[in-house]
Ligand binder design. Sequence first.
Ligand SMILES: NC(=O)C1=CN([C@@H]2O[C@H](COP(=O)(O)OP(=O)(O)OC[C@H]3O[C@@H](n4cnc5c(N)ncnc54)[C@H](O)[C@@H]3O)[C@@H](O)[C@H]2O)C=CC1
Ligand SMILES: CC(C)CC(=O)C(=O)O
Ligand SMILES: [Mg+2]
Length: 357
Amino acid sequence: MSNEKEIVIIAGDGIGEEITAAARAVTEAAFQKAGVTAHWIEKKAGGAAIDAYGEPLPQDTIEACRKADAVLLGAVGGPKWDAVAPHLRPEQAILGLRKALGLFCNLRPVKIYKALEEYSPLKADLVADVDFVIVRELTGGIYFGERQEATGEGPDEVAWDKETYHRYEIERIMDVAVETAKKRRGKIASVDKANVLAASRLWRRIAEEKAKAHPEIAMDYLYVDNTAMQLVVNPGQFDVIVTSNLFGDILSDEGAVISGSIGLLPSASMGEGTALYEPIHGSAPDIAGQGIANPLGTILSAAMMCRHSLGLPAVADAIEKAVEQTLNDGYRTGEIYKDGMKKVGTAGMRDAVIARL
Ligand SMILES: NC(=O)C1=CN([C@@H]2O[C@H](COP(=O)(O)OP(=O)(O)OC[C@H]3O[C@@H](n4cnc5c(N)ncnc54)[C@H](O)[C@@H]3O)[C@@H](O)[C@H]2O)C=CC1
Ligand SMILES: CC(C)CC(=O)C(=O)O
Ligand SMILES: [Mg+2]
């Protein structure tokens, strides 16, 4: 495999610039040690692209992503663009890019670092058992269904969003869940709302078919409301959670916060085209530009990129180990800071990780 890698880097909005710069610097440092050369191609998406070109996802950004080995993205959105037309919002860039690249699967691994166990809001005896991955369907469901913005007047004013799932969309995400579970503890929780929603009933029927076809997998079926509760009262039961776009979005923020901070969780979006790596959080406009955002979710996303797209598992391991050591050595950004720890900003965390590579 070539030692030259082409990576599209999309900072996006809010803290996007700060966290992607930190992840790029860590990746560069790890590449240097491994003798790998990165060609970083900077592209705009989200509010930054609206400001520059009048549209959230320029064709030029999509084309560059298609040609690259991988895409590293910060986050998009912010109050500055809240008033733009709904179909032109910065968030459409993320949805549009996922669709354009055929990224139907989003992997969101959740674990609690030993050094951060006391930061988890979970009861102390539950923390050690947390180790699961959310396999979220990413290009279907209600985020991509037909919608009607508010229309009409008075009590009859109405708006709606349609949830649609086709068999092929559910089958392929179930297949990813099965393959993921085979490499882990062999357990899948298929999460839906089949007691109410037709799309969820199809989801569950296909999950049952997959369970029959793979007797080596232990498949469990849970409603999403119960799952939200189980994540807090008994998270150790989960190995692989497979769920729809909307439910996966919500449950993964819950997964993040039980790990100590939303700033810690990475993700990989994969499917047909170039894979895309991004932290699970948003653009955090409330702390943007202050140099205090936690870059670890983006740095760990870069590690996932090295493993899954660039054929560099040793570099991925090195980055992940350096992050763990940094936390063990007491470095903390503000949102996970406690007395006695070493308080750092985004750049300080970046440097601490680089020093431990
Ligand atoms: N993938 C993406 O680009 C996403 C974009 N968004 C967009 O981001 C904007 C803000 O959305 P919110 O709902 O506020 O979610 P958010 O995830 O941006 O922020 C929620 C809370 O977590 C904190 N936070 C997030 N990332 C952090 C980090 N790395 N370090 C420390 N603290 C961090 C924020 O300061 C805030 O208090 C919106 O425009 C939203 O649409 C939201 C989620 C994902
Ligand atoms: C634009 C949103 C769907 C992004 C989001 O919240 C996510 O993917 O976690
Ligand atoms: Mg989300």
